[in-house]
Write a protein that binds this ligand. Structure first.
Ligand code: PLP
Length: 387
């Protein structure tokens, strides 16, 4: 791997694993699909023994992701949810987890049901509300989850401040950085103990694998997480790691292009009479703008907005789009739209959705890298079609 002391993150992610093949000097790393490995002798298992435990493709990807986040190491998991569940192994039964009240619906569901099983206790808190956060920290959480910008309302929270408060309360701080990636937000530099992501999204960027990763600041956490990932069997497959590394190489270019499109789309939406509210922290009028400027290197490419006319208008709008596909994911090169009410956040109780501010006419865009004019025309034609 490239020496990160002399080269930029953009160069390091392109170079990860390039030209390291000892067998045939291939430039791109080969895929090691073997589930098991020959032992040199019965008392020496060599570098690799069994694919669930360790795999060369997973190791290259883990090394690149750990370096990108500035961590002591990384564990690459079979999904983003597996990454989130993995970190829960760092705390004990009955410990308290604090999570954002408007976190990803799957995270909300997992934490709620782990709590119902009696594995943890959970409190969902509006992390933009300093008083509510202070009150929650007084209950001595063991783990504080942060997700910024939040999904789907794009609320930005002060990562450094929450990590400091978590530390004072004796809690491990964990940032779900799926929406931005380490090229936009560096959670470990802001004081977090752990940065995790669904690599299904921007890291891979082509909507053709499901994966996750956990990067920890301390060797001790890396060791514990590696142990649990092997014990529970949540490590990612060799093929998915190979694909993800391939996607990672173009992350910088993809993010720049998607973010530039997202800025134009957010401005376009500001001028739309059929739009009630826009949530994009790259807009100066957004409540998260100042924090985005100070703690990140860009607002990312996710935009959400409220359309006038309730669920019927939201549904009609989605159906009339052609380039934006109606699908529940994000971070790919292609543009997607989703209706959190019935899609990504359907796993949350309706009351929890309302409490989090998710209405039935909220639409979420994952802006891709297609031409800006085509994306604007697609949106414009759909507004015209439903007016
Ligand atoms: N975290 C966030 C913020 C997400 O948006 C998602 C999925 O959409 C996940 C975690 C879960 O990731 P995966 O679908 O890879 O399990």
């Amino acid at each position: 791997m490239t020496d990160s002391k002399n080269t930029t993150a953009e160069t390091n992610i392109v170079q990860a694993g390039i030209g390291i093949d000892p067998a045939h000097a291939s430039v791109a790393p080969p895929i090691y699909l073997s589930s098991t490995y020959v032992w040199p002798n019965p008392t020496d298992k060599g570098a690799y023994d069994y694919g669930r435990t360790k795999n060369p493709n997973r190791d290259i990807l883990a090394g690149a992701l750990a370096e990108l986040d500035g961590g002591a190491g990384a564990v690459v998991t079979s999904s983003g949810m597996a990454a989130i569940d993995l970190v829960l192994n760092l705390i004990s039964a009955d410990d308290l987890v604090i999570a954002p009240h408007d976190c990803y619906g799957g995270t909300h569901r997992l934490l709620t049901h782990r709590a119902k099983q009696g594995r943890i206790r959970v409190a969902f808190v509006d992390q933009t509300d300093a008083k509510a956060l202070e009150a929650a920290m007084a209950n001595k959480p063991a783990l504080v989850m942060i997700e910024t910008p939040s999904n789907p309302l794009m609320r930005v929270v002060d990562v450094a401040a929450i990590c400091t408060a978590a530390k004072s309360a004796g809690a491990i701080s964990v940032v779900d950085n799926t929406f931005l990636s380490p090229l936009r937000l560096k959670p470990l530099e802001l004081g977090a103990d752990i940065a995790l992501q669904s690599t299904t999204k921007y890291i891979n960027g082509h909507s053709d694998i499901i994966g996750g990763c956990v990067v920890a600041k301390s060797e001790d956490h890396v060791e514990q997480l590696t142990w649990w990932a092997n014990a529970a069997g949540v490590t990612a497959s060799a093929f998915d790691c190979h694909q993800t590394l391939r996607g990672l190489r173009t992350l910088a270019l993809r993010l720049d292009a998607a973010e530039s499109n997202a800025r134009s789309i957010a401005k376009f939406l500001q001028g739309q009479p059929q739009v009630n509210a826009i949530h994009y922290p790259g807009l100066e009028t957004d409540p998260g703008f100042a924090l985005t400027q100070s703690q990140q290197s860009g607002p990312g490419a996710m935009v959400s907005f409220e359309i006038k006319g309730g669920l019927d208008a939201a549904t009609a709008f989605c159906r009339s789009l052609e380039i934006f596909k109606l699908a529940a994911s994000l971070g790919g090169v292609e543009s997607l739209i989703c209706l959190p009410e019935t899609m990504t956040h359907a796993g949350m109780a309706e009351s929890a959705r309302r409490e989090a501010g998710i209405s039935e006419s909220l639409l979420r865009l994952s802006v891709g890298i297609e031409s800006e004019s085509d994306l604007l025309a697609d949106l414009s034609e759909s507004f015209a079609a439903i007016s």
